[in-house]
Design a binder for this molecule. Structure first.
Ligand code: GMT
Length: 379
């Protein structure tokens, strides 16, 4: 076997989270000389911005009146099989268990009918709600469990998520080992600005405004913290809770201090001048957006849920608060408004943490070594 691997990456085309991790991994592996194909039903924005030599395959299902929704995952599976027959994948790497581990598993099974290439190995990377909210729902749990057991390797982005996966799906540790490979950040693209920070204390939040992110809760905390100050809150992204967040801003009388930017793709320049990044999720396996802020030298105020404490050290690179403590969260925000020097110190520590533990250069080789290991090659 030669050293160049042929890798197929399957992911959701999301602005954040798993779509970013999968795209950045694909770009890095391709730059290292591997043949990398990425499959999704749209081009993930992070890949669209890159000139890296990844072959993108957009596969969309065909709408048909009989279907209640268009089955993009069948089209993705079919495309993976088509390219496998031409190129021969060594590895299929599914990001987010559903539906991608199912697609990878199906493509691997189907490939056994053809003899041009041996069937690929399947690696599943778990990102969070694919276990905590979706994959463990009784509607999907038996299938999630099956594809996890059928994977040649499973990784999770934090120790917390690995533990929760074992709890939910693995009766014995041996039957289903879950390795932790943390998320990573491009510390050069996400770097502190040479410009001074905004003089007005400004908080920033970036998400898809799903209920798990609790953006209205954040606006409520901001309304308490910002009373009598000129502090600002900048909300980046869009999603189902956006109207409710606007309503809470009006109700709390802070509508002039809250800006809804919508979806943006210029995050480093947005994050670096901010006083603190806010995360208020009720579940968060890792918190990639928080890591990107830290890499820009911006400290994080977050609810202490899931794997966030594996990223943000409480009192050092940010502040962690109990998820049900609205007043406590507001106090943490007020602490930052009142003591900018302390916020600045936490920002320096945040950058140090990102560079020292989560730099892309340190994490990508762990995926490459895993690929080689499941192929029976030495790392
Ligand atoms: O699980 C989700 O809500 C979606 C997922 C994504 O695709 O954006 O986010 C998860 O994966 C990210 C990348 O690994 C993690 O940084 C997020 O913490 C995680 N979200 C949750 O656990 C809620």
């Amino acid at each position: 076997m030669n050293d160049r691997m042929c890798v197929g990456v399957l992911c959701h085309p999301t602005y954040g989270g798993s779509g970013v991790v999968a795209s950045e991994l694909a770009i890095s592996m391709a730059r290292m000389g591997h043949e990398v194909h990425l499959f999704s039903h749209e081009v993930p924005p992070r890949l669209a911005r890159s000139s890296g030599p990844v072959e993108m395959h957009v596969a969309r299902g065909v709408p048909y009146p009989l279907f209640t929704s268009t089955p993009h995952d069948l089209a993705v599976t079919s495309k993976v099989l088509e390219i496998h027959r031409q190129r021969g994948f060594d590895i299929l790497h599914a990001h987010y268990a559903l539906p991608h581990a199912v697609s990878a598993f199906l493509a691997r099974e189907a490939s056994k009918s053809y003899t041009e290439h041996p069937p690929p190995r399947v690696i599943t990377t778990l990102h969070g709600t694919d276990i905590t909210l979706v994959g463990n729902d009784p509607a999907y749990a038996p299938l999630t469990e099956h594809v996890l057991r059928a994977s040649d390797a499973i990784t999770a982005v934090s120790h917390d998520l690995a533990a929760r996966t074992k709890e939910a799906f693995c009766q014995s540790a041996l039957s289903c080992p879950v390795e932790v490979v943390p998320n990573f950040v491009d510390i050069n693209a996400f770097s502190p600005s040479s410009e001074p920070r905004r003089s007005v204390p400004t908080f920033v939040h970036v998400s898809n405004f799903r209920s798990v992110k609790r953006v209205p809760w954040l606006v409520r905390a901001f309304a308490i913290a910002a009373t009598g100050t000129n502090a600002q809150l900048v909300l980046v992204g869009d999603g189902p809770d956006q109207p409710e967040a606007r309503r809470v801003a009006n109700e709390g009388g802070v509508q002039e201090q809250v800006t809804f930017l919508g979806e943006r793709d210029i995050l480093p320049s947005l994050l670096a001048p901010m006083t603190a990044f806010c995360l208020t999720s009720r579940e968060e396996s890792f918190g990639l957006s928080a890591l990107e802020a830290m890499s820009c030298g911006t400290p994080v105020i977050s609810t202490d849920v899931g794997g966030v404490s594996e990223v943000v050290e409480d009192g050092v690179s940010g502040v962690l608060c109990a998820a049900d403590d609205l007043e406590g969260y507001a106090r943490a925000m007020r602490g930052v408004i009142d003591d900018r020097e302390r916020a600045e110190e936490m920002g320096l520590a945040a950058r140090e943490r990102a560079v020292g533990t989560f730099a892309r250069e340190a994490v990508i080789p762990r995926y490459e070594a895993l690929y080689r290991r499941v192929l029976g090659k030495h790392p």
